[in-house]
Design a protein around this ligand. Sequence first.
Ligand SMILES: Cc1ncc(COP(=O)(O)O)c(C=O)c1O
Length: 385
Amino acid sequence: METSKHELRSKLPNVATTIFTRIGNLAREHNALDLSQGFPNFEMDPELIALTTEAMKKGFNQYAPMQGYFGLRTAIADKIQRLHGRTYDPDTEITVTVGATQAIFTAITAFVHPGDEVIVLKPAYDCYEPAIVLNGGIPIPVQLNNTDFKVDWALLKSKITAKTRMLIINTPHNPSGRVFSENDMLQLQEILKPTNIILISDEAYEHLVFDERVHWSAARFTDLASRTFVCASFGKTFYITGWKMGYCAAPKALMTAFLKIHQFAVFSIHHPVQRAMAVYLQNADRYLGLPAFYQQKRDFFLGQLDRSKFTFTPTEGTYFQLLDFSEWSNDSDEAIAERLIVAHKLACIPISSFNEGRLDHRLLRFCFAKTEETLEQAAAILNRL
Ligand SMILES: Cc1ncc(COP(=O)(O)O)c(C=O)c1O
């Protein structure tokens, strides 16, 4: 087919197919075990299916209120209050979204004007920069340290200019698994205090923190909370990534601007699942039990890698584990990832694609939200390399 002029005028001319699509396609082509994309391969809780079915049967099949079903917004506000001690008004400060992605996109669209700068910590999840660019903003990358992925706060501070409109953080962090400490958040708070910078805190993996760590949500810190969109994902939390359901919490003034976009881009999300989630969230064990559940999977996976050449530090949070091959190969991470799929039938994500200038630290990301059988098979392949 002839290329149309419309395609040539794409607003994202430099964005190619994402690494997830490319790796996913290659994995399917070679029938590889897929530990690349971040989704569980075990069944979701049938109780949530039953609650959704019940909501549909009860007739909750028409539009929900624009910000989301009030009962769910209340349940979310209660959860944040219980976990982080911050009160958000469910009427004006909580919105139910199409996953964390839409919350992030909408918050960026609501505030980023042409020429505004937005600081992004690299490696970064791939939805931030296209949203910034689409709104005429300029992403300002700050590369994280490649061994422990700590933020160099002095470096970050040096990137702030009069044009800095927004900063995006992500804790627990994809792809490194690093969890910000209380001290990180306090340093961030001090840096932002004299500014008008809006913070997006991507907390999609809020419940996946290991080894007794605490998730230091931006909601816990008074000054940070006053300028932050906390964005979260029920898809990640309750292994229902296909439901694309999340939420965001922000002070009223920020949320009012957010809703001006949300009402036209989305209006409201699937009503029956909101009804179901409102009931499901009443039992806090459903999310408080997740660290133990996933830590057991992390430890199982790493325990199986006893004969592997890879080096690693157990991940602090998320359901991703980085494996380092720098000691035994100088090949690029993309080349190794491709070889793993084609020759060994195992898929993972090379993390250079998340880095500024595709910086390659010889690290591969594996998703361990998988059954023990899958993890065992993956580890057996990695041990044979
Ligand atoms: C850091 C991060 N933020 C946001 C998302 C998107 O979440 P959702 O599927 O709820 O839109 C992901 C998904 O992989 C992620 O890793």
